[in-house]
Design a protein around this ligand. Structure first.
Ligand SMILES: [Zn+2]
Length: 218
């Protein structure tokens, strides 16, 4: 089980911090007990702005609840579960293609990722778009944002809804600096384009959605 925290650090700063990266310590999502750090693991990421072609490793700390005897990985929000590329890269491609600005090939070229990789993201997003749109639109209303009328096309609806939720959340302390796609990753537990994911709205309901802690300067 992973808990995604709304990390505001640039990916390269997170990489550079190595094992010493500072992460907030959340309460247990099941029982509310405070969690203790419990080792961790390394995984690769790929992000624009890092030295070309390099896929550095980041440290992902684990925390454990002694009551529930369950451990959770604390994923920074720029990471999507089971994806090498960071949330901003994936989001930029989804935004351009699902938003109708261009096709997959130019979007992939701009992002510096293989065409087939980008095509996989777009297909997965498209397959989940209806569900994501409904969930994010509901969350936007929950956060005091405006109700949105679904555009005819599901992908565009999901994009509009993600924008509406982020617009509402950006008014709350700490979120603006995290950015839209890290926000979407946080809310969806890193599973924005995962194959089998529960709705992001449910994850908010079960409180695996972590507000920025401690509050970051606006
Ligand atoms: Zn617990």
């Amino acid at each position: 089980m992973a808990i995604v925290w709304p990390c505001p650090l640039p990916a390269d700063a997170y990489v550079a911090a190595g094992r010493k990266v500072e992460v907030p310590r959340p309460a247990c999502p099941s029982c509310g007990e405070s969690l203790v750090f419990w080792s961790g693991y390394w995984r690769h990421i790929r992000a624009g702005g890092l030295a070309d072609g390099r896929c550095p490793k980041i440290f992902v700390p684990r925390v454990r609840c002694s009551l529930c005897r369950v451990s959770h990985a604390l994923l920074p929000a720029f990471v999507l579960a089971w994806r090498l590329d960071v949330a901003e890269t994936v989001g930029a491609v989804l935004g351009q293609v699902a938003g109708g600005a261009c096709g997959v090939r130019p979007a992939a070229a701009r992002a510096g990722v293989p065409h087939t990789t980008a095509r996989g993201w777009v297909r997965r997003f498209g397959a989940r778009a209806g569900e994501l749109g409904v969930a994010f639109a509901a969350l936007a209303v929950d956060l005091g944002g405006e109700a949105i009328c679904p555009p005819a096309e599901a992908g565009r609806f999901a994009l509009t809804a993600i924008g509406a939720v982020f617009g509402a959340a950006a008014g709350l302390p700490g979120w603006q600096v995290v950015g839209r796609w890290r926000f979407a990753s946080s809310v969806s537990g890193g599973r924005l384009i995962a194959a089998n994911a529960t709705s992001p709205f449910l994850i908010v309901g079960s409180r695996r959605f972590m507000p920025p802690v401690p509050p970051l300067p606006a």
